[in-house]
Design a protein around this ligand. Structure first.
Ligand code: ARG
Length: 264
């Protein structure tokens, strides 16, 4: 994770961002701190990358690498305003003992557009990550990639429209939450085939970034507004935990965007 010490919205690269609307950086810091503390209280380890002045979106750590079996595939951002973030994260991995670090050649916004199901790497395209980056990720990470096309600019990254609740095991398929309207017709059919038991988010849950949840297979971290989704997940035996992300959402981010999951 990366604290939003230099968080602002002074450019607009997705429909949520409005540079005219004021942002409270202290409040963003408090919201981020509450998210980090929640992970710690749930028994997870949190590594922190130093934020950099002039990189206000660096708080969205999920966009800067995809890590599987200790192999790190870095990022290459579409927007020039975010380009420099990738190198700060690359350096962090190298300095922290990760020996297999590859930087992509194609536009690749990392976990913003890649979701590991335990057996497959779901990969979004349409707004940010290049389709060709999917093949690159398959080759670098050695994981079978399933490409999915996003069609609604409000859901510009895969992680704004889908998250994995429980990873697949040898015997049990993965469980996922997704918002069908964010995907092309063909990609919706792919998702139906792969995840017939998926929890389908409704518009209200998607619009508050409810599909940007983080699950450890039991605890599910959601924006406080995603009450409908939380109830449905609770009925399936999950434990919802709410966080207030109102400031971070002004940049088009939620809990998952702030969280890069390191799979060693
Ligand atoms: N302002 C950032 C951007 O548009 C938000 C990124 C949110 N991250 C995410 N994983 N969806 O790039």
């Amino acid at each position: 994770m990366c604290p939003p010490r230099f968080f602002t919205v002074d450019y607009a690269i997705n429909p949520w961002m409005d540079p005219e609307r004021p942002v409270d950086t202290d409040r963003a810091m408090a919201q981020w701190t509450a998210l980090r503390d929640l992970y710690l209280s749930l028994g997870h380890t949190v590594d922190v990358v130093e934020p950099q002045p002039g990189l206000p979106d660096m708080v969205f750590a999920a966009n800067s690498a995809t890590v599987l079996d200790g192999r790190v595939l870095g990022a290459r951002f579409r927007a020039r305003q975010r380009a420099a973030e990738a190198e700060h994260f690359r350096r962090w991995f190298v300095e922290n003992g990760y020996r297999d670090v590859t930087m992509p050649r194609r536009i690749n916004e990392a976990e913003g557009d890649f979701a590991w199901t335990g057996s497959l790497l779901l990969a979004g395209t349409g707004f940010r990550t290049d389709r060709e980056a999917h093949a690159e990720a398959q080759e670098t990470l050695g994981a079978a990639v399933v490409s999915l096309r996003l069609v609604d600019p409000r859901y510009y990254h895969l992680d704004t429209a889908l998250f994995v609740l429980t990873e697949a095991t040898e015997t049990v398929p993965a469980s996922v939450v997704y918002y069908p309207d964010a995907f092309s017709a063909g990609s919706r059919r792919v998702l139906e085939r792969l995840f017939p038991g998926a929890v389908l988010a409704e518009e209200a849950d998607a619009a508050c970034f409810g599909c940007n949840g983080v699950s450890d297979g039991r605890n599910v971290v959601l924006p406080v507004e995603a009450t409908g989704l939380a109830e449905r997940l609770a009925a399936e035996g999950y434990v919802p935990h709410f966080v207030d992300i109102s400031e971070l959402r002004k940049a088009g981010g939620g809990p998952k965007c702030c969280t890069m999951e390191i799979r060693k």
